[in-house]
Design a protein around this ligand. Structure first.
Ligand code: ZN
Length: 285
């Protein structure tokens, strides 16, 4: 942090004491019908699974109205999740707006929102076995939308490395393989992630992004309801539980399991896949 260069005004204490206001009060935010989702999940049947290998990524597809669950298997491991509209990759997860609406970390009842001009819920979290963690004394919590994704460009900038198994590269390869497109075509579609199971925050003194050992244990899971037809892409981060470093092969890493489930016929009566934003897009012209 830079040294202070300017002197404080005489009423600095009073200015600092002004209470904050929430940027986006959520009272008017459309709420998911979690009871309906839970009832639909009760009678759901498993339709498939993929096992994401350590330091690698895999794509999976989830139809609107179905569920997907990400489970820690084998050992503590964090995952970097990208989501797209299955039939239109220009609609993708918007971590910044999700953060503005739900806060730095998301849990049961929160949504993963899509990019402009669509801006609708892509997925709703319906179960989170780590919801007991809350916020720790360092200000850390689990499942953040404040990080980006570990990537080879930052590693190159800070350490001059050429490391190829950062989440950014894993997600790029997996998307290229899934869509049978070249890496150069796949890479621009990779975007800022939901950091599944990752325990992070900002330091109180310098405001820096920090990580610490994830509290995740084998068997822990995060489960979602797909609000629209989804293409998902999950990377098992080379940081493992992110207790020390990422962007290298040093940390001990484990696979992550993704399972999909179809609800029982008729169990979602009254639910409709959300329409894109109602803003008319004339932008004042
Ligand atoms: Zn990563």
């Amino acid at each position: 942090m830079a040294m202070t260069k300017f002197s404080a005004p005489s009423d600095a204490v009073a200015r600092r004491a002004v209470a904050p206001v929430i940027c986006y009060p959520t009272e008017t935010l459309p709420q998911p019908d979690l009871a309906l989702y839970r009832a639909a999940r009760e009678g759901a049947t498993k339709t498939g699974e993929v096992l994401v290998r350590a330091r690698d990524a895999l794509c999976f597809e989830v139809p609107a109205g179905h569920f997907f669950r990400i489970t820690s298997v084998g050992g503590p491991q964090v995952g970097d999740l990208n989501l797209w509209n299955r039939s239109d990759l220009s609609e993708r997860f918007y971590s910044g707006k999700t953060r503005a609406l739900h806060g730095t970390h998301i849990t049961t009842g929160d949504r993963m929102w899509s990019s402009f001009p669509h801006m609708r819920p892509m997925a709703t979290i319906v179960a989170d076995t780590l919801d007991w963690y809350g916020v720790d004394p360092f200000g850390g919590s689990v499942h953040d939308v404040i990080g980006t994704r570990c990537d080879p460009y930052t590693g190159n900038l800070l350490a001059g490395t050429q490391y190829h198994h950062c989440c950014h590269s894993n997600l790029t390869r997996a998307l290229a393989d899934h869509l049978r497109i070249p890496l150069t075509e796949a890479e621009p579609h990779v975007h800022d992630v939901l950091n599944v199971f990752m325990c992070t925050g900002f330091t109180r003194d310098t405001g820096q992004y920090f990580m610490k050992a994830s509290p995740v244990r084998p068997g822990d899971y995060l489960e979602f309801f797909a609000e629209i037809d989804l293409l998902g892409n999950l990377s098992a981060c080379p940081g493992g539980d992110c207790s020390s470093e990422h962007s290298s092969d040093v940390a001990s890493c484990h696979p992550l399991l993704v399972e999909t489930f179809a609800p029982e016929e008729g169990s979602l009566s009254g639910w409709e896949s959300p329409a894109p934003s109602g803003y008319d897009r004339t932008h004042g012209r």
